[in-house]
Design a protein around this ligand. Sequence first.
Ligand code: IPE
Ligand code: IPE
Ligand code: MG
Length: 249
Amino acid sequence: MTAKPTVLHELPADLDREKLPQHVAVIMDGNGRWARNQGLPRIVGHQHGVDVLKDLLRCCRDWGIQALTVYAFSTENWKRPLSEVEFLMTLFERVLRRELDEMVAEDVRIQFVGNLQALPRSLQEEIDRAMAATRDNRGIRFNVATNYGGRQEILQACRALARQVQHGQIQPEEIDENLFSRHLYTSNLEDPDLFIRTSGEMRLSNFLLWQLAYTEIYVTDTLWPDFNRQEFYRAIYNYQQRHRRFGKV
Ligand code: IPE
Ligand code: IPE
Ligand code: MG
């Protein structure tokens, strides 16, 4: 690995601007362990995690990455203790309300992907407000997977397509990758080029099962609250050394 760049406000000199991932997807994992390591309640890890995410979004914008998709809450995360679930829902709502003006000013287009109808009403309202307020922004695309599950996403696409067949609107033969993708929550997004998971876990945990089919995977042992621009630089540097073959020789 080359010498560490010291200033990371701009794209580090040894990263190739032409070969930047256009779309980065992240499983922000390890908040609870980070907190436990310091003898603090898990929720403190989630609070720190928000600051890390804010800086990563800015970093993507500063370096010229076009889309960032993060996993905020999985369909399986409802199985956590009620107090933690409630804390997270309130945190999402508070952060959205607090950050919206800045996101508008910084030309961020925020979008939520997942089964949003099952979220608390007040959070849904904040989500609708944020998506509407940033709809015409043309800067970085920021996608937050909330109550998201890859299998559920695929199933709802199947149901929607089955209904169209049932009503005679399409023939089964017309269902191809393109049409199927357009029925996913991510219908207006390109597939991620780079997938990052923190905290060392080597699994997808039901994240973007369809979309990650040919994405490059990078796992770091760093826990999410300790993730920073230096770590992000390492992930992209590593990505740029790879040869993406897409099945070719
Ligand atoms: C990820 O950190 C944040 C969410 C799932 C919301 P965790 O809460 O999963 O942290 P660990 O994995 O228990 O350390
Ligand atoms: C995935 O992390 C979900 C989010 C980061 C929001 P988890 O911590 O819930 O995943 P598992 O339980 O380790 O697979
Ligand atoms: Mg976890």
